[in-house]
Design a protein around this ligand. Structure first.
Ligand code: ZN
Ligand code: ZN
Length: 426
């Protein structure tokens, strides 16, 4: 089922009265413009194929890795929009923001999101800055995959994580990452014995979760501010990214709160959770009614409350996420939001892409490659420095089956000759 529809402004105006009946997953109320760089290249939708060997200007979908980004343009990609329950169609929370100056940031990295990241075909070296709203697994559970996956597949530099402190030391980001590495110590030590150590490092920038609209990052014309969220326990935050006069707000998980109302005001893009209704949580998510009412309206934000938040802060475009988005839920969720908000809205699903400029916001589905590989950037994959000794002891190696030397010896010899690996012991 293809839910994204591209509307012209005229069609939208005509259809506005019918929205209550036929509710599209994506309201392109901001108009059907195109990424600025594509407009310059003549690759806009409905462009003309000028020769028999020409290229069709099909940009109704986003094909990762094929489109330039305009100098004043932002690309936002939903790499995960779902729930703690893993499923193939929706990973847990992860947002990729790409700026026209080349900067790229991840906001949250929930379980399952890295498969969608790989399909964006961006070199690992370009995406090393991660901002965590809080430490639920559906918001950082795939750090393991980015960390170890990128380490084995060409990243040359450490990861950097910005995240909130906690009400206690053991509830903060620094503690979490330190103990993440301890939990994965077998992984860490065995890779250090075989790979370059630098890409395996994680640098943590922990900031005060109580900071109100304070700058937590400022570099290269990009400013990122944080303010507290109210979610399950103290220590959850929201972020706003400012660049070239535009403002993208990433709400994280939260009940509606006065900080968001104050600091997300006038955002170009305002992302905020809209949790499934308590009824949907009971019917489809197997929660007890006693659990569902608390989870759906106290730990999280109901769709009606999401709408009230958006009609108050009036963003150029609102994005609702953190619900399983499918035929069975979408009409209920959209109708609930439309009780309190009639502005521009996307009901998020994985692999949607927003192109944002001062004049235009466009949303499309992307066409992810299920068999994408990691993509090399300008730097070559680093050589191993083997900062710890081989973690295989004599006890194991005495049982190596040496008969394999006869069958793979020639292949190893040819490889070492080709790559001039004189001293390589392994
Ligand atoms: Zn959470
Ligand atoms: Zn969550």
């Amino acid at each position: 089922m293809v839910r994204t529809k591209i509307f012209s402004v005229a069609i939208l105006l005509l259809a506005a009265g019918a929205l209550a009946v036929v509710i599209p997953a994506v309201d392109l109320s901001m108009g059907g413009g195109m990424p600025a760089a594509l407009a310059q290249d003549g690759l806009e939708p409905a462009g003309v194929v000028k020769s028999r060997t020409g290229v069709a200007p099909n940009r109704l979908r986003y094909y990762p890795g094929t489109e330039p980004l305009g100098a004043d343009e932002i690309r936002l990609v939903a790499l995960g929009t779902g729930m703690p329950l893993a499923r193939r169609s929706q990973a847990a929370t992860c947002w990729l923001i790409e700026l026209g100056n080349g900067d790229k940031f991840l906001f949250d990295i929930g379980t399952g999101a890295m498969a969608n990241f790989t399909a964006q075909m961006i070199p690992f070296d370009f995406v090393t800055k991660i901002f965590l709203t809080h430490l639920h697994t559906d918001h950082w559970g795939d750090l393991a995959s980015l960390w170890a996956g990128g380490w084995t597949a060409g990243r040359t530099v450490p990861l950097e994580i910005w995240g909130p402190s906690g009400a206690r030391e053991d509830m903060g980001t620094k503690y979490a990452v330190e103990h993440f590495l301890k939990a994965y110590n077998w992984d860490l030590q065995t890779r250090l014995a075989n790979l370059n150590s630098k890409p395996g490092k994680i640098i943590v920038h922990e900031f005060d979760y109580k900071a109100e609209n304070k700058i937590v990052y400022q570099e290269n014309g990009v400013t990122i501010r944080s303010w507290p969220a109210i979610h399950a326990g103290d220590g959850s935050v929201s972020f706003a990214l400012y660049w070239k006069g535009m403002k993208i707000v990433i709400g994280g998980d939260t009940m509606p709160n006065t900080w968001y109302i104050k600091y997300a005001m006038d955002a170009d893009i305002a992302i905020h959770e809209a949790f499934m209704t308590p009824e949907l949580l009971v019917k489809l998510y197997n929660q007890a009614p006693e659990t569902a009412i608390g989870v759906g309206t106290y730990v999280h934000t109901s769709p009606q409350a999401f709408g009230k938040v958006m009609s108050t802060i009036k963003p150029r475009h609102a994005i609702a996420y953190h619900f399983f988005n499918e035929a069975d839920t979408l009409p209920t969720m959209t109708a609930a939001i439309r009780e309190t908000y009639d502005g521009p809205l996307t009901m998020a699903e994985d692999n949607l892409v927003w192109n944002i400029t001062k004049d235009d916001i466009r949303v499309r589905t992307s066409v992810p490659d299920d068999e994408a590989w990691s993509v090399q950037g300008p730097r070559k994959p680093p050589k191993p420095d083997r900062t710890v000794p081989d973690q295989l002891t004599k006890w194991s190696l005495e049982h190596r089956w040496n008969d394999i030397d006869a069958v793979q010896g020639d292949m190893i010899k040819a490889f070492k000759k080709k790559y001039n690996l004189k001293d390589s012991k392994k």
